[in-house]
Design a protein around this ligand. Structure first.
Ligand code: UDP
Length: 313
């Protein structure tokens, strides 16, 4: 049994991570400032003696009593609408927050795990993206606050690994979806499902020919834990390599929800990547990991969850 600190533990990915860590017998200290996280995501864990929650912004000094085996840094706004609304907080949690969580890991002799992102590849010129690709990022564009913060976080993590000998992991997470996404999260899967359930038009940005590769959250978390349990210090892509255009996704959501919705086009956001797909050879070879949940099944499960939230509100 390990004692694990999860920053952003009340968020979408963080809360699923807390669940799986507790399932395997670990003790979890969940830290979240609840800016985009939600206590409802961890409400079912409140009575678990191995779970503790701390409301705190990890861009400020973090104080954790006792021994810690691993620090998993998942705190950050992660939806484009969130990091456009909170650009400074996004930069701070990726830079100062990463520095503080690395410092905590170093002080405790713990393993450090960074939740990085496919956004480090920007609008990629290499397709699919291998971990060796350095990316095509606009540092001064509106998305730069997230992309550059995560690129800095990766550099800082490698510096602690090389200079301090810290045991570190870096995962590059590709588009992930599933239960506990906020209905108003702003990302394409949740937007389309909410719109389809309400019979509203689905808002396809641009002509819908841009692509993404969507990973169901259970697959993603299984990959993250396999990486945590490995001894791989270089970045590893964890995502689903099955690529869809946004227009294809819209059609699939309308079909699965059995919706009468139509499609409307809206302007493409600035610097919106035209294509994204992970090369997961490293995850396959090093971790024996591959995703299992097909998009249609995952959309069904996510739609059922979002329908429940909408019915209750
Ligand atoms: N998108 C869309 N309609 C929406 C929300 C998003 O067409 O209502 C598009 C967006 O422009 C992007 C893709 O869907 O091309 C994925 O967007 P998301 O915000 O989910 O994540 P990203 O991969 O851009 O970080």
């Amino acid at each position: 049994m390990a004692r694990v600190v999860v920053t952003g533990g009340a968020g979408f990915l963080g809360s699923h991570l807390c669940d799986r860590l507790l399932d395997r017998g670990d003790e979890v200290v969940c830290i979240d400032n609840l800016v985009t996280g939600d206590l409802a995501n961890v409400a079912h864990l409140r009575d678990n003696a191995r779970f503790g929650f701390r409301e705190h912004d990890v861009s400020n000094y973090i104080d954790v009593e006792g021994h810690v085996d691993a620090v998993l840094h998942f705190a950050s706004p992660a939806s484009p609408i969130d990091y456009l609304e909170m650009p400074i907080q996004t930069l701070k949690v990726g830079s100062l927050g990463t520095h503080n969580t690395l410092g905590l890991a170093k002080a405790k002799g713990a393993t450090f795990f960074l939740a990085s992102t496919s956004e480090v590849y920007g609008d990629p010129h290499e397709h699919p993206q291998q971990e060796t690709y350095w990316g095509n990022v606009n540092p001064v564009g509106p998305r730069g606050v997230y992309d550059e913060a995560k690129r800095f976080a990766e550099a800082m993590t490698m510096a602690y690994h090389r200079y301090h000998g810290l045991d570190t992991r870096i995962v590059r997470i590709f588009n992930t979806y599933g239960p506990r996404m906020r209905p108003n999260d702003g990302r394409v899967v949740s937007n389309f499902i909410v719109q389809a359930l309400r019979g509203d038009d689905l808002t396809v940005y641009g002509d819908g020919s841009q692509s993404r590769s969507f990973c169901f959250v259970d697959d993603e978390i299984r990959g993250l834990l396999a990486l945590l349990d490995s001894d791989e210090h270089d970045p590893v892509n964890i995502g689903n390599p099955h690529e869809f255009t946004v227009a294809e996704l819209a059609a699939i959501v309308i079909e699965i929800v059995d919706s009468s919705s139509s499609i409307v086009h809206r302007p493409l956001p600035v610097d919106d990547p035209t294509q994204r797909c992970p090369d997961i050879s490293r995850a396959r070879d090093l971790l024996g990991w591959t995703p299992e949940v097909q998009l249609r099944e995952g959309i069904e499960r996510t739609a059922a969850h979002i329908a429940g939230i909408l019915a209750a509100s």
